[in-house]
Ligand binder design. Structure first.
Ligand code: PEP
Ligand code: MG
Length: 323
């Protein structure tokens, strides 16, 4: 499939009506990095750090992690990499973490909640990231932030580690950019301060959609009931995009839906200018966007909303077929 899109691999992703869309890839292993040049991605918009924790029978050592993260940055060269701190719990259970039985793990003790309650592992991971950067720019993102204070607290821990590294005489990152996932509906309504404080925001559509519709992302039966192009969900995205615009906070979308061409087209029409997806999706999404007139798609979406459609998908598909 990658072959089919080889001719547009090095083409800038600019829509027909002149909007530049940044296309990034998601990764989680060193083995994913060769896809950076072959897919034409402009960077790694989401590096999930869970795998190194999930595939071992004990917590990985700081040195091992630093070596891995450094290797990822080496492989990316000048292209940016956003490292997301450990997002465990829910569907990602660590074999060596005493599983406290939870009736609703997706709503339970997971991700940043674990990090803030048991700081040892998070601190160790932050140290590994700082050491890996070793004078290069570092981008860190916190998962599953559900209220502003969690982001501020996690960032304070990171800044503490920066001071500690400095006092130990280690090289600091050339620059530090600290962002937040936005994957619970609560954050669309967070105080303005959250949007001001975050250096960037990435919408985690897999979780955001599951919590918005109260439909388990792992449960096919209920998951499929709710279209990503449902007008209520698009209104939520609209809200997030405009709140980020108010504070000029860079915003991207990194859930699986960003890799689906029709969804990606609608997200771009809603104002998203950065999409992060699995590498194999970059070609198909770019192919769609290069031919797109976002102004027209936006009008199609608005017309469908005003007409009372539940999802804008049929209207957008009709529009695409007629073009
Ligand atoms: C998401 O929730 O959309 C996301 C990108 O994170 P994950 O799939 O790892 O939960
Ligand atoms: Mg998520």
């Amino acid at each position: 499939a990658q072959q089919r899109y080889a001719s547009i691999r090095d083409t800038d992703c600019v829509t027909e009506d002149g909007h530049r869309i940044e296309l990034m890839m998601n990764a989680g292993l060193m083995a994913d990095l060769p896809s950076l040049p072959t897919s034409g991605a402009q960077g790694v918009g989401l590096f999930r750090t869970e795998l190194q924790f999930l595939t071992r029978n004990k917590v990985p050592k700081r040195g091992e992690l630093a070596t891995l993260y450094s290797g990822v940055m080496d492989a990316a060269g000048d292209k940016p990499v956003v490292f997301r701190t450990l997002d465990i719990g829910s569907d990602k259970v660590l074999p060596y973490m005493k599983a406290t039985e939870e009736p609703n793990p997706a709503l339970g003790w997971r991700a940043i909640r674990v990090g803030l309650d048991k700081k040892g592992v998070m601190r160790m991971q932050l140290q590994a990231l700082l050491r890996a950067a070793n004078g290069r720019p570092l981008r860190v993102m916190f998962p599953f932030v559900a209220q502003m204070e969690e982001f501020l607290e996690a960032r304070a821990h990171l800044l503490n580690e920066v001071h500690r590294e400095k006092s130990l005489g280690h090289a600091l990152p050339e620059s530090l950019s600290v962002g937040s996932m936005l994957e619970t509906p609560s954050m669309a309504f967070a105080p303005r301060k959250f949007f001001e404080e975050a250096d960037f925001i990435s919408i985690g559509g897999n979780d955001l959609k599951q919590f918005f519709f109260a439909a388990d992302r792992e449960n096919e039966r209920v998951r499929r009931r709710y279209d990503t192009l449902n007008v209520s969900y698009l209104s939520l995205l609209d809200k997030i995009v405009s709140r980020c615009a108010e504070t000029k906070t860079p915003v991207s979308f990194c859930g699986e839906d960003a890799g689906r061409p029709v969804e990606a087209l609608c997200f771009a029409a809603m104002g998203l200018r950065c999409l992060s997806m699995r590498p194999a999706s970059i070609g198909p999404v770019k192919n769609m966007l290069l031919k797109a007139d976002l102004g027209e798609v936006r009008r199609v979406i608005e017309t469908a909303r005003e007409a009372g459609d539940q999802t804008v998908r049929p209207a957008v598909m009709d529009y695409l077929r007629a073009r």
